[in-house]
Design a protein around this ligand. Sequence first.
Ligand code: SPD
Length: 358
Amino acid sequence: MKNLFRAFLAIVIVSVILIVAINRLNASQGFSGSDTLTVYNWGDYIDEELISRFQEETGITIIYETFDSNEAMMTKIQQGGTSYDVAVPSEYMVEKMVEEDLLLELDHSLLPNMQNLDERFLDMAFDPGNRYSLPYFWGTVGIVFNPTLLPEGTEITGWDDLWNPAFENQILLIDGAREIMGMGLNTLGYSLNDTNPARLQEALDKLKELTPNVKAIVGDENKLLMQNEEAAIAVGWSGDAADIMWENEDIDYVVPEEGSNLWFDNFVIPKTARNVEAAHQFINFMMDPEVAAQNTEYVSYSTPNKAALEFMPEDMVEDERFYPEPELTELLEVYENLGQQNLAYYNELFLQFKMYRK
Ligand code: SPD
């Protein structure tokens, strides 16, 4: 009898250990049950109050992780260690992920709030028919600057102005290969999708000449540095500019006259998703007009949600620096998926630029 009890106790203990170990493994690998959703988004890119609200309304727990570049996001998803249910790549990366068969087709019948999106941002070349993606935020790449800190007689209307020796050690650059190589190419009058090695090398040489003016190459910290007036100029994304300007009214934003990038960040569901139904539920929730308006006010980027605009402050919606007319955006270029080899070359040249600075 004693032996039987011992055996029973041993089985119970081993089972408990196994259950705990399996749960831990699942949590560490981001395996979602029906009550868990793993979301992978850019840093500083959601009002966290909305995460709590979604959890309360649905009983689904969100595991939220962030990245700071499309390339970092792609690598993590390719590695497959974590099973993300929702991710937010930019347009050229959506195209690449489709090409590499990494995405699930969206079930539009589970996404009725799609109707709130402005048609202007649907059915775009990188994902015809929105089979795999729906737009979350959009914007431009441009120059944020604080006129009160600029030396007298200087002005900024285009990329070329940044090479002015009067701006020594005053410029922050966003840590993005496409953005900074694109700036170099645009300054020389080339397309920011150029893949000609000689022109890319020329762009790198031009960027190297900017080095004395570059204070730092940064991520989201560009906002604090500009708000605190620790730098006079920053090259970055329009939404960060709007956020900075919200905190410091002296600051302005310009889309350079030589041309620049128009980009779109998009919801997708990776093929590794464990909770496809909840992924649709989350994307649909984020496209609700009032939710999208609250999120946009918090994040400061431009929303593609037309119905949300009426819940937002007028001065925000009417600010043409962040909601430019289609005539302006049509002059800008959207990044194309240049293929593995060219993307690697862009990254390599950008790295050379970063090393040159040191
Ligand atoms: N802090 C959130 C930044 C998100 C910006 N995404 C822009 C991608 C442009 N390719």
